[in-house]
Design a binder for this molecule. Structure first.
Ligand code: ADP
Ligand code: MG
Length: 615
């Protein structure tokens, strides 16, 4: 038999490997920014066109490369950052695999200009699909510029799978945020299609966070700092009252590298326990410094996970230092107003003294988020205050009287209720439905009984209403007497602008939109003004997570979010009138049997089902 195995040509091997490293434009951005940082740059420019599909360029003022290095940098496993396997355990650079440039050059048109400080002239190199097409001596500033054009030009399948320009841009911006937060000392400029999105001067951590997420962020931040033998923690957590539905502002950095760690995230959440509602998330920007020998980042080129030697200890330290900071902020000032604040807290936290009297009154910022979970979202369903626990049997009592429907149940239930609750014969006037465990609405139908999940049913009703008003654009808006001003971070404002048209279609009206704030002048009829902040917060959060999803339709996401935030919840008491109205509305829907999220809205129990139980 002839030999069948052959080595793949380099450019094919590179293309295959590239699939690992480069998943989308944001991956290229990450690699190029990290190379610039490793080269010791003080200023970095990121230039993007068309969501990175046409151009991704990073210009740095770092150490540059000699001609030979420039050529070698595009070879696979060519790196200046490690020399042997031991170096892997003492990494102080971002890169070390020496694969990024080789991979990028395999699937794009790359143009590199570079000059080291020691040379008068620099080098221009053009590479297309791993082949060098041009090499010249040029005049160019000290440092390196790498321009990546037409990503995936030779892999149409990958190119076609890229998402819309906005979605790709958002991934790039996320990557930019991470790198910029990890290196506040470096100045960054970021352009998209000729517009300057960010111009960040080199500064400290706090200022960098504020520059990225808006001036309002400053007052949200509480410093965290802890030094132990295992780890050094610094950074900030956001005050509990600013916890959000979205997970946007959660950042861990280990040795200046952004990482994701559900485990450490849990440690922070645990410290916040009892201070925030369970459906919102704390914001944090935490920087951990550990011995490079105690972590393993060598898991996967594109993964942001890392392995710690002693995760449990880290967990405990993190949790307690976050708790400590929360305590400093929450409790210390309240205990003693007379004392000098600077003695109470180790932080030179200027605004703290001035803000003190407002701590208790601070509810002004976001009262709507605070009570959103308890408040009934609908204007038509009135919630009653919690009634006594027997109330859930009241309906049952009248149900029992309805003899022709449930003859088999009558005797037993009747004696049951009267013997235990001493029913005084109180009947409901419209007793054809009742609420079970503040969760289900039970009503009778010809063939037996119907048990409706109140929350899902209401979601369905609202969902169809919103869908209709967005498509037909006939929504009624209620004008607010006093326009509300809401604060958002620039990335959040960007998102609101993207869905603005649909928001207007369902009845929102906006006044001035600035970089970090929004004036709301009108709200949909179904939304009360106190819920506006909460609803927009949910929308941003869902819209953010939905960008990953395949079937991404703005109308659908919007309607789903709104119905989820506004529908009655389990646990809310509904009066009989609201119950009946909900049942009627549900069955007027196009798809009454399923919630917008594909869950059953009701089940039926026929007389024969019940009969069977008595056999
Ligand atoms: P790695 O970063 O893992 O070493 P890369 O493929 O990203 O691998 O880069 C290969 C080499 O090219 C780097 O080790 C570095 O020496 C050089 N290099 C890449 N980008 C730059 C840059 N912007 N400035 C200076 N040198 C660079
Ligand atoms: Mg690299």
């Amino acid at each position: 038999m002839p030999d069948r195995i052959q080595l793949l040509p380099d450019h094919v091997a590179n293309q295959i490997a590239a699939g690992e490293v480069v998943q989308r434009p944001a991956s290229v951005v990450k690699e190029l920014l990290e190379n610039a940082i490793d080269a010791g740059a003080e200023n970095i420019q990121l230039i993007i066109k068309d969501g990175g599909k046409t151009l991704i360029q990073v210009v740095d003022d770092g150490m540059g490369m000699s001609v030979t290095d420039a050529r070698l940098s595009f070879e696979r496993h060519a790196t200046s950052k490690i020399r042997n396997a031991d170096d892997l355990f003492q990494l102080s650079t971002k890169g070390f695999r020496g694969e990024a440039l080789a991979s990028i050059a395999a699937i794009a048109h790359v143009e590199m200009k570079t000059r080291p400080g020691t040379d008068e002239l620099g080098t221009l190199l053009c590479i297309q699909g791993s082949r060098v097409t041009e090499q010249e001596v040029i005049t160019t500033p000290v440092g390196t510029s790498v321009a990546v054009k037409n990503l995936f030009f030779n892999i149409p399948a990958r190119r076609n799978f890229l998402k819309s320009k906005q979605v790709e841009l958002r991934h790039i911006t996320d990557e930019f945020h991470r790198v910029a937060l990890a290196h506040p000392g470096i100045g960054f400029q970021y352009f998209h299609d000729g517009n300057e999105l960010y111009n960040l001067p080199g500064t400290n951590h706090r200022q960098r966070i504020v520059h990225l997420f808006g001036g309002k962020t400053n007052e949200k931040l509480v410093p965290v700092s802890e030094e132990t033998q295992v780890v050094e923690i610094s950074g900030f957590i956001c005050k509990p009252e600013f916890a959000k539905k979205s997970r946007g502002e959660q950042f861990f950095f280990v040795n200046d590298r952004f990482i994701k760690s559900p485990y450490l995230h849990h440690a922070v959440s645990a410290a916040f326990e009892g201070l925030i509602r369970s459906d919102v998330h704390p914001g944090y920007f935490l920087y951990l410094k550990v011995d490079p020998g105690s972590i393993d980042i060598n898991i996967h080129p594109t993964k942001t996970e890392i392995k710690f030697d002693d995760e449990q200890t880290l967990y405990a330290i993190l949790r307690s230092s976050v708790k400590h900071s929360l305590g400093q902020f929450n409790i210390a000032p309240v205990l003693d107003f007379e004392r000098d604040q600077n003695l109470d807290t180790p932080y030179d936290y200027k605004e703290k003294g001035a803000q003190l009297p407002r701590v208790t009154v601070d509810a002004g910022f976001n009262p709507f988020r605070e009570d959103s979970s308890r408040k009934s979202a609908s204007t038509r369903f009135s919630s009653k205050p919690e009634s006594s626990w027997e109330s859930m049997y009241v309906g049952l009592d009248s149900q029992v009287g309805n003899e022709n429907t449930f003859s088999s149940l009558t005797v037993e239930s009747d004696s049951y209720t009267s013997s235990i609750f001493d029913a005084d014969g109180e009947k409901e006037q419209r007793g054809s439905s009742f609420q079970l465990r503040r969760k289900y609405i039970v009503t009778t139908i010809k063939s037996g009984m119907l048990v409706i999940d109140q929350s899902r049913a209401h979601q369905r009703v609202l969902y169809e209403k919103f869908l209709k008003s967005i498509t037909v654009k006939n929504a009624v808006s209620q004008q607010l007497l006093f326009p509300m001003v809401l604060h958002f971070s620039p990335p959040e404002m960007q998102m609101i602008r993207e869905i603005q048209e649909s928001l207007v279609a369902i009845g929102f009206a906006f006044g001035e939109m600035e970089e970090e704030q929004l004036q709301v002048t009108g709200v949909p009829l179904m939304v009360s003004s106190s819920e506006v902040g909460m609803v927009l917060d949910h929308l941003i959060s869902d819209y953010q997570s939905e960008q990953e999803g395949e079937s991404f339709s703005q109308t659908d996401v919007l309607s789903k979010t709104l119905c989820k935030s506004l529908a009655v919840k389990s646990g809310e008491v509904l009066d009989t009138e609201s119950q009946m109205a909900l049942v009627d509305d549900l069955f007027a829907c196009k798809e009454p049997s399923l919630s917008p999220f594909g869950k059953k809205t009701y089940v039926t129990l026929t007389e024969s089902d019940i009969d069977k139980k008595f056999i």
